[in-house]
Design a protein around this ligand. Structure first.
Ligand code: LLP
Length: 448
């Protein structure tokens, strides 16, 4: 059965215990729900650390340590994640003043951060420079001007990369593809825009161009797409060396490795992800040899593959609506406010009843959230034992882009998150309160 297979695949993370309850990282989910309530995001710390280490060590072993893994913190940004990344000696990819602030609050070294964004705001650029963010990835000519001015005003130079669009089509949802010709990100290599931007940045006295960045998309499984992106980057680097005598010393290959969500997705373990990275690194070595380039310092920005499968979400089952011949809706105390991914991307998920985890599925149901709209679903094809009000539902692989995209829609509270280590759970994001919801509301005197 699929879930036996999944339990086996993630055997250090998920188990069914003797009471027939789901366990994550050694913690019984029924106990977790009792102690912390639902909905609840639960993360297994060991999984997160294992993934950070496998990427870090692969670069150390297979590329002489000439590179750095940057955790793409948009996948799940909170102080604890930056603290873990710091302990594991990896860097972080940040995309906003808010992520920068969170990382700094956790004592994360700014020098090990890379800042992205297709429209970094002037104040964010200022904050990044004041903090000493290692690298800014430029995504517009006007942004080069802003960073140049900000660096000049501070009497220093800033290390930068240019985000290029190598034109690689990756097989993933259109909203998370980034390197096709029609994209809001990056300078197209094919159109000559990347070359022109290179000339422009090289002319700026307070910008130090280290090289290039590309990110072809997210939730991608084909190694070939990544390898193709490497080849295109290196060919472009070789061209710039020939034409402009500019030899890039750094290449950031972005993130994007896919994870298991549901039947049909490959299950990749830590060694499997190491193999993805190895394939990229050997493509870099090979391409550099072909083009006569020095081996660049390599950055990699995995987000999803570090946290998605480390996380589950626990829910309490509420109403069950059976529409004979049509569908059965099992409603839970969460929904699109804490997981908008089905509504946005029709993402698939897998769930079990965590309090009856050993029971085989008996029916196919839709899981509905509690928001006031029909599209508020976690999915429509979950195989579960007959769910009853009060049951505990666990949805797998919810660690990436769930909490980070949560909202207070319908003034629902964003659920807390706990981190499990050796069977013990602690808050890493505390519960919101109703008071938090009105904290920033303002009532003009005339309305009082
Ligand atoms: N680097 C850059 C420049 C990125 O834009 C991203 C993701 C990453 C790295 C990390 O990619 P990952 O390893 O996580 O695939 N909200 C969507 C995902 C959007 C991804 C945005 N960029 C989702 O829920 O699927």
């Amino acid at each position: 059965m699929w879930y036996n297979l999944y339990m086996f695949h993630t055997r250090d993370t998920l188990k069914v215990n003797q009471s027939g309850h789901l366990e994550i990282g050694g913690a019984d989910c029924v106990q977790l729900a009792r102690e912390f309530g639902t909905p609840l995001y639960v993360y297994d710390e060991a999984y997160i650390r294992r993934m950070m280490r496998i990427y870090r060590d692969t670069i150390r072993k297979e590329y002489d340590g000439n590179g750095m893994v940057l955790y793409a913190s948009k996948a799940f940004s909170c102080k604890a994640m930056y603290a873990i990344a710091r302990e594991e000696e990896i860097g972080a990819d940040i995309v906003s003043g808010g992520e920068l602030y969170t990382a700094l609050s956790a004592g994360f070294p700014a020098a090990h951060m890379t800042m992205h964004g297709n429209n970094k705001l002037p104040h964010e650029i200022g904050e990044a420079l004041d903090a000493g963010v290692g690298i800014l990835v430029l995504d517009a000519r006007s942004e080069a001007d802003l960073v140049e001015q900000a660096a000049a005003a501070r009497g220093r130079t800033q290390d930068v990369l240019i985000r290029i669009n190598p034109g690689v089509e990756a097989h993933t949802h259109a909203y998370v593809q980034t390197a096709t010709p029609d994209s809001k990100f990056g300078f197209s290599v094919a159109s000559g825009a990347a070359e022109e931007m290179t000339r422009y940045v090289l002319s700026k006295p307070h910008l130090k161009l280290l090289g290039y960045h590309c990110h072809i998309g997210s939730q991608i499984f084909e190694k070939q797409s990544f390898v193709l992106a490497v080849e295109k980057n290196l060919a472009f680097m070789a061209e710039m060396k020939k034409k402009l005598r500019f030899e890039a010393q750094a290449l950031n290959l972005g993130g994007g490795f896919g994870v298991w969500y549901a039947d049909g997705d490959p299950m990749i373990d830590a060694d499997g992800y190491a193999a993805y990275l190895s394939a990229l690194l050997s493509a870099v070595r090979k391409g550099c040899a072909v083009h006569g380039l020095r081996l660049p310092y390599i950055y990699l920005e995995p987000g999803r593959s570090i946290v998605a499968e480390a996380g589950i979400t626990l829910y309490t089952v509420g109403t069950v609506r059976d529409l004979p011949g049509i569908r059965k809706y099992v409603a839970v105390d969460g929904g699109m406010f804490e997981n908008p991914r089905y509504a946005l991307y029709q993402s698939k998920y897998t769930a079990i009843l965590a309090n009856r985890a050993a029971e085989p599925p008996a029916e196919r149901v839709a899981i509905a959230g509690k928001c006031c709209e029909s599209g508020d679903l976690l999915g429509i094809d979950f195989n579960l034992p007959a769910a009853k009000a009060g049951g505990l539902l666990a949805v797998f692989s919810t660690g990436a882009y769930n909490y980070s995209m949560a909202s207070n829609y319908n003034r629902n509270l964003i659920p807390p998150a706990v981190l499990v280590c050796d069977g013990k759970a602690e808050y890493i994001v505390k519960p919101q309160t109703y008071e938090d919801l009105v904290r920033n509301d303002a009532l003009p005197a005339r309305l009082k």
